[in-house]
Design a protein around this ligand. Structure first.
Ligand code: ZN
Length: 624
């Protein structure tokens, strides 16, 4: 278990997951000059790091790396080589790169690191052309959050450090290259006519985990005045339809949070192995193709990623123990945006109720009320990927929902959110700074004792469910709960009373809620599942969320015919939110256990590194 591993020596005093010491010497600008080599599955070239000394007498800088080959480090001013040492490899945090600064350096200098990534680079997934939809060109994409940027770029891989970046990326002419930055066009390669050099610039200072790259046979459609959607040709029109509301979401988010400062807001639909629902890479949100439901019913993920343009990307957690500052606020804003577009306050509360359910499942069933159920967990010696869960999202949301009511409702709380962004934009902060600002903003309420009832310690450091459940308007949830209870109580004689209309009367969001309520009940019998299937035809549903919950119901009911369908679902896409619980369920049932293990082994090569590692070690309890 991760909690038993000892803290490696020399980690940063302010970030338990980084070797860097930005309090001594800090990176203020990153300039990349890299070549995408699909033959060797590596990025190679140079990173130029502009450094600023923060203290007198500092003669070295500490960088994070993971499995990169460092060839040479030079002083950009005069090309002279600088000595460096690469520390021992730690499986959670990689290796410390210690670079001696030029002796002539005054307050600032630029060091150039010549390096090459490893084919196993944890930030990058290299797909052979056969693994893409079009099968025409190979494909590369990155996922740097939480601490994978160090495997792609030697850097200070802590969200406490923010800097602007630019990039020149050479790649074969046949592929498009995009980054989490504005596109500045491309030039011919000076020596290799088969390549182009693509140029990018991100002027807004960002944390390293937001640096992102994609390269593949992709094209775009315009979906708004500042937005394009990018994907392989096979999916691009469907994606343009699915994300048609993007500009409305942006306008609604700006009304809440202030101006959108990043210029472009594009979406990239990735290949199926992308491990997350979405990733808020600036200027270019990455999303899973499992959102392509054909009816825009899953586009709320885009509202979430848009919200990150303020909470997360402008105001950033200083280390991943305070991840809830990013995710709790973002879920809170996401639900405000989604409610403003469709369904208003009842819909916002309804999605909040769904969130509470998933928090309950995560806290009680998955994390067994353990240490990672704290809103602020202790990550000493822990890879944040291992601690990742629904907790920062939904416990964070619940806290904000509770506080909103306490201070007097949305009209009072929304201006606070905006003021919070204005106060901290460009900064990386910890929870104490958030709380201090809350108290100063609502000083009158502090004085009148409004916050006296808040059990801050329990909210921040308590294990298990939050001390208070916020009040939710449950008008939209009642029909879901009623239908759920009818099924729970039904005996064989009652099955004929159910009608297809029970389901068609519900919105897609309500259908999801109905199924997640059923999942909280005792498992059904296989016969009851069969009865549900014959009246609702759930096996045929394409919506990934509904398919996911329904498959879980079937596995829990031990319906043998669902095993192949479940294995197909976890193989055709790699979104961890779906893949991991299904693998866990299959593991927990003796009849499917070995088949799940065999399926993972057979498909591991095609999977994303992070997904494969977590499924193998955490869900199927294999050695590696
Ligand atoms: Zn998020």
């Amino acid at each position: 278990m991760a909690a038993e591993s000892e803290k490696p020596q020399g980690l940063s005093p302010t970030d338990p997951c980084s070797y860097s010491r930005p309090d001594e010497c800090v990176v203020t600008q990153i300039d990349l000059d890299l070549d995408v080599d699909f033959k060797t599955s590596t990025l190679k070239g140079q990173v130029h790091l502009t450094l600023k000394k923060k203290k007198e007498g500092i003669d070295h800088v500490l960088l994070d790396t993971r499995e990169v080959t460092v060839k040479k480090v030079t002083d950009q001013a005069n090309g002279q080589e600088l000595s460096f040492t690469l520390g021992e490899h730690d499986s959670n945090f990689g290796s410390k790169l210690d670079v001696r600064l030029p002796s002539t350096a005054e307050r600032s200098c630029v060091v150039s690191v010549e390096y090459e990534t490893s084919p196993q680079c944890s930030a990058l997934q290299w797909l052979r052309k056969e693994q893409t939809a079009g099968k025409r060109q190979p494909y590369l994409f990155s996922q740097c959050q939480a601490i994978h940027c160090r495997s792609m770029i030697p850097c200070q891989d802590t969200p406490a450090v923010k800097c602007a970046y630019s990039a020149k990326i050479s790649a074969p002419r046949e592929v498009t290259v995009l980054m989490s930055a504005l596109r500045l066009g491309s030039d011919p390669h000076p020596t290799d006519s088969s390549k182009l050099i693509h140029k990018f610039e991100q002027k807004v200072p960002i944390a390293s985990y937001l640096i992102a790259i994609v390269s593949g046979d992709i094209e775009s459609r315009d979906i708004g005045p500042r937005s394009k959607v990018w994907s392989e040709k096979e999916m691009v029109d469907m994606a343009a339809f699915e994300f048609e509301e993007t500009e409305h979401m942006l306008i609604s988010a700006e009304a809440l949070m202030g101006p959108y400062v990043w210029g472009q807001y594009d979406l990239l639909v990735l290949p199926p192995s992308f491990p997350y629902g979405g990733m808020e890479n600036p200027c270019l949100t990455f999303v899973t193709p499992t959102l392509l439901a054909g009816d825009k019913s899953l586009a709320n993920v885009v509202a979430h990623e848009i919200a990150h343009s303020w909470t997360g990307n402008l105001v950033t957690n200083s280390n991943f123990e305070h991840f809830w500052l990013n995710e709790g606020h973002t879920v809170f804003v996401e639900r405000k945006i989604a409610g403003r577009l469709h369904g208003g306050e009842p819909m916002r509360h309804f999605t909040g109720i769904g969130g509470w359910k998933s928090l309950q499942y995560g806290v009680v069933d998955v994390l067994k009320n353990g240490p990672y159920t704290k809103l602020i967990p202790d990550l000493c010696g822990v890879d944040p990927d291992d601690a990742f869960s629904v907790v920062p999202y939904e416990k964070g949301f619940a806290l904000l929902m509770y506080l909103e009511k306490l201070v007097g409702g949305p009209e009072v709380f929304e201006p606070f959110l905006r003021a919070y962004i204005e106060r901290f934009q460009g900064d990386s902060i910890v929870t104490d700074q958030w709380k201090e600002f809350l108290f100063s903003y609502f000083k009158d309420k502090v004085d009148s004792g409004v916050f006296d009832e808040v059990e801050w310690d329990k909210w921040f450091f308590g294990q298990g469910m939050p001390p208070v459940k916020p009040d939710y308007d449950n008008s939209l949830a009642v029909p879901c709960a009623d239908l759920c209870q009818r099924w729970v109580k039904a005996t064989e004689d009652d099955y004929s009373l159910f009608k297809a209309e029970d389901m068609t009367a519900l919105s897609t969001a309500q259908k999801r809620e109905f199924l997640s309520l059923l999942l909280l009940e005792e498992p059904f019998s296989a016969e009851k599942i069969q009865a549900m299937e014959s009246v609702y035809n759930l096996n045929a549903v394409k919506n990934s969320e509904i398919r996911f919950s329904w498959l879980r119901m079937c596995i829990r009911a031990q319906c043998e015919d669902c095993i192949p369908r479940a294995l197909e679902f976890v193989t055709e896409q790699g979104r961890m939110k779906f893949v991991r619980p299904i693998y866990r369920d299959l593991y927990n049932w003796e009849k499917s256990r070995q088949r799940a293990i065999d399926n993972l082994q057979a498909n591991r090569e095609q999977m994303h590194n992070t997904t494969a590692k977590l499924v193998a070690t955490k869900d199927l309890h294999l050695k590696n």
